[in-house]
Ligand binder design. Structure first.
Ligand code: ADP
Ligand code: MG
Length: 317
């Protein structure tokens, strides 16, 4: 199938949010009056971010989800996406499933696919996402202040637990696998939370490379320190039994692929965060405090300082 027909067949949909979508040399969009444009790119590489034989529907979902998650972390409304694809061969069944997974999530968030590029090569998925945020209201990494509480959404570590299982590093029973697999394959970007935190959170980041590493980015950019209570970290009943092992603790602290939001809020606004949690029906957990200084201190239940070896996933470390 010629490249143009492939694009036409699998990646061309009406794009009501755009003036001009797929098919021309560039797409045209109109940014809502007075809004700032938020732009972010995330690439998924076969063998690094997913197994080469991964379910294409889930890959389509995930390639977009990790990008929408970046909009959530900025407090932006995701609006448009482009998709650069490198494919080893033309596989109609694969493309059908991949695009179905991609568009299912795109429709859910009313994100329009407005362009991209398609080439032959090692399997590689690169999405650029664009969204809108009112001037000055973006949730940045550099706004944390001493006295803020540190919060995190959802549960941490399930995705890393499943990955450890798939890599043969631990055994999981069928029930546990069923309960946790979606965390790795179908992460839910926390867009509504990001929007609700505008004007409330001083800083935010999405947890893609592990809590400690990502929180570390907030601390560094904001020039502050944090004290985190290990016992407060939200983990699923599936992961709970593994906390006695170093591998389980590493999943929670440095697992990666969680796509939850970690954010800081002035302590006097604690109740507002609890209200947001109830409104969104999404668990939000206060896990510690921002303080003056540098670095992150992790406290065990007995108050002793826990040593942290693994702080996150770094492709170049
Ligand atoms: P050009 O030669 O100008 O780069 P292409 O032939 O690469 O154009 O692409 C034709 C049109 O299809 C463009 O509008 C481009 O944005 C779009 N497109 C290409 N690949 C994809 C894709 N994987 N998903 C969505 N749109 C795509
Ligand atoms: Mg091109």
């Amino acid at each position: 199938m010629p490249e143009f027909d492939l694009i036409q067949r699998y990646f061309t949909r009406s794009a009501p949010g755009a003036i001009l979508g797929v098919g021309d040399d560039a797409a045209l969009v109109h940014i809502s009056n007075g809004m700032e444009l938020a732009v972010s790119t995330d690439m998924l590489v076969s063998g690094t971010h997913f197994f080469p034989d991964a379910d294409p529907y889930m890959l389509g979902h995930k390639a977009l989800a990790v990008n929408i998650s970046d909009m959530a972390a900025m407090g932006a409304v995701p609006r448009w996406a482009t998709l650069a694809l490198s494919l080893p061969q033309e596989d109609g069944a694969w493309l059908e499933r991949f695009s179905a997974g991609f568009f299912a999530l795109a429709d859910q968030h009313r994100v329009a696919l407005i362009g991209g590029d398609t080439t032959r090569g090692p399997l590689n998925l690169c999405v650029t996402i664009m969204g809108e945020v009112p001037p000055g209201q973006a949730l940045r990494r550099d706004g944390a202040q001493p006295g803020d509480e540190v919060w995190v959404s959802g549960k941490l570590g399930d995705a890393a637990l499943v990955l450890a299982y798939l890599q043969g590093r631990l055994a999981l029973d069928v029930g546990t696998l069923a309960a946790t697999a979606a965390a790795l394959h179908q992460p839910v970007p926390r867009v509504a939370l990001g929007l609700a935190l505008r004007g409330i959170a001083h800083s935010a980041i999405d947890v893609s490379d592990g809590l400690l590493g990502d929180l570390g980015h907030i601390l560094e950019r904001s020039g502050v320190a944090a004290e985190i209570q290990f016992a407060a970290l939200p983990v699923s009943p599936s992961l709970q039994p593994y906390l006695a092992q170093a591998l389980g603790r590493r999943c929670v602290l440095a697992g990666g692929d969680d796509y939850e939001l970690c954010f800081t809020v002035p302590a006097q606004r604690h109740a507002e965060v609890e209200q947001i949690s109830a409104q969104l029906d999404l668990p939000l957990t206060c896990i510690g405090r921002i303080a003056a200084g540098k670095g992150c201190t992790l406290r065990a239940v007995d108050g002793s300082v826990m040593k942290i070896k693994e702080t996150g996933y770094d492709h170049f470390a």
